[in-house]
Write a protein that binds this ligand. Structure first.
Ligand code: 13P
Length: 249
């Protein structure tokens, strides 16, 4: 049975004070029953976030990791370091990482493997650009990104992923995919998961991301194949984040 999951991706935003504000306002009573939620905060705030939410209700995620366990990689952070801090999730393959930091399919797969090897849950992000959508390549692009990872994993590893569909044209633009557009892609993703196994298709949490906010979350989350959200800008405001969590209940 898939449960609703709302994850906030702060990107390179926020502050220690914002972690504390979330800590004061996001109590168990503030989340609807059965909804789980996470915050993906920048590296410097991870430890404070883990401490703040030691007793729940949020779990903490990182936004990237290096694929190597250790070594001479100045500035990088390994999965083992994140796991040691108490981090539970890590974003992999976010479109900003793919586009701005040149992470290709091989880099995404090796990061997913590194996350799994250290006990982290990778949230694998997929999505097409506007140009690709207009060229009617959405399915090919998204399924290509999905298969590039799934084909490189063992069956039991695939069961430990979360997938987020984030159309690049909807990220930070205020231009959300319509519920029908989002559902159509989620349905295609789930059908493709079924080629690997029926249980993978039935159990994998598929999140939608791209200008999700309090005013549009309910109709997106009501779609049969949308199990949650990956929220950027709106996750920087406690009230907005909580309102989205409420819509998932
Ligand atoms: P926005 O919600 O700001 O569009 O960002 C979405 C996103 O990229 C989350 O990972």
């Amino acid at each position: 049975m898939r449960t609703p999951f709302i994850a906030g991706n702060w990107k390179m935003n926020g502050s220690r004070e914002l972690v504390e504000r979330f800590g004061r306002q996001v109590t168990s009573a503030a989340l609807p029953e059965g909804v789980s939620a996470a915050l993906m905060v920048p590296f410097p705030y991870l430890e404070a976030a883990v401490k703040t939410f030691e007793q729940g209700p949020l779990v903490v995620g990182a936004q990237t990791l290096n694929d190597q366990p250790s070594g001479a990689f100045t500035g990088e952070v390994s999965g083992g370091m994140l796991a040691e801090l108490g981090v539970r999730y890590v974003l992999v393959g976010h479109s900003e990482r793919r586009a701005l930091f040149h992470e290709d399919e091989a880099a995404v797969l090796s990061r997913v493997r590194a996350a799994l090897a250290t006990g982290l849950v990778p949230v694998l992000c997929l999505g097409e650009t506007l140009e690709e959508r207009e060229a009617e390549r959405t399915e090919a692009v998204v399924l290509g990104q999905l298969e590039a990872v799934l084909d490189g994993l063992e069956a039991d590893q695939r069961q430990r992923l979360v997938v987020a569909y984030e159309p690049v044209w909807a990220i930070g633009t205020g231009r959300t995919a319509s519920p029908e557009q989002a559902q159509a892609v989620h349905e295609v993703i789930r059908a493709r998961l079924g080629r690997y196994s029926a249980s993978l298709a039935a159990e994998m949490q598929l999140l939608y991301g791209g200008s999700m906010k309090a005013s549009n979350a309910a109709e997106l989350l009501a779609q049969p194949d949308i199990d949650g959200g990956l929220v950027g800008g709106a996750s920087l405001q406690v009230d907005d984040f909580l309102a989205i969590c409420q819509s998932a209940g």
